[in-house]
Design a protein around this ligand. Sequence first.
Ligand code: NCD
Length: 316
Amino acid sequence: MRHLLSTKSLSRVEAITLLDIAEDMADVANREVKKLPTLRGKTVVNLFFEDSTRTRISFEAAAKRLSADVINFSAKGSSVSKGESLKDTAQTLAAMGADGVVIRHPASGAPQVLAGSGWIDAGIINAGDGTHEHPTQALLDAFTIRRRLHGTASRGRGLDGVTVTIVGDILHSRVARSNLWLLDTLGAHVTFIAPPTLVPADTSAWPATIGYDLDAAIDAGPDVVMMLRIQAERMNAAFFPNSREYSRRWGLDDERFSRLSSHSIVMHPGPMNRGLEISSAAADSDRSTVREQVANGVSVRMAALYLLLSGDREDS
Ligand code: NCD
């Protein structure tokens, strides 16, 4: 694997290999010394053009556990805010000898541009581009689901027959898109539930069932309910009347949470708007995987960095 740009382009074998390597990386996290020498002498740059806390520190922790040198480059307060182009930034990073670049960018497709540009020869990992994709988030979600279902017997398995209901701001969510492709590849069935205004106009190419009624979706007893954040920063119009109305119809409130079937797990990529898309009782219950998702994110990102950067990049 040379770059990790999307889950749409991952094969089932590639996806399961990545999840299995993440299992090995999770074992490392349980050791007294959490560090592996694998990427010693390599440089990983976290290039963040959008605000982020958990994804950036997760990649930073992952790279450090593999002994790479890490440079954090955030566009705010940098030469980018002085008008430097992606090309000039990339050439600067290339001149500094970056072996891997983890990029988050508000424009859909920016990581692909960087990977195909010839400006820099590093392995590129997409850490979220606009409303397009966020592949490591989907991989950590799949990893989390697989572990909850199969525990230590997870290795080698997909998610065949698992039902996943993803609720909320589908229109603006790169997490929803990356999950859709990956879950489909792994054999799961995806249902999207959202206000009609927060679903794209044409979803005919999506391998998903689309619905608008959260209560019916809850009563169907899905294995996984994944709540998405309302992405107010990407909204340039009124997509729903107000937040009370949103949570009344599409929020996982205490009443809906109590009706969830006893085997269902509750997921959220963070950051959560408590009381809007998810109640505190649901977020903090033992059926919620929110904190596991954060921990598993480090293992999955270690696996991605390992696959892209260990060994000779010319041969990969
Ligand atoms: C997600 C993102 O940035 O796309 N968050 C994250 O990676 N921590 C989801 C979100 O912002 O709602």
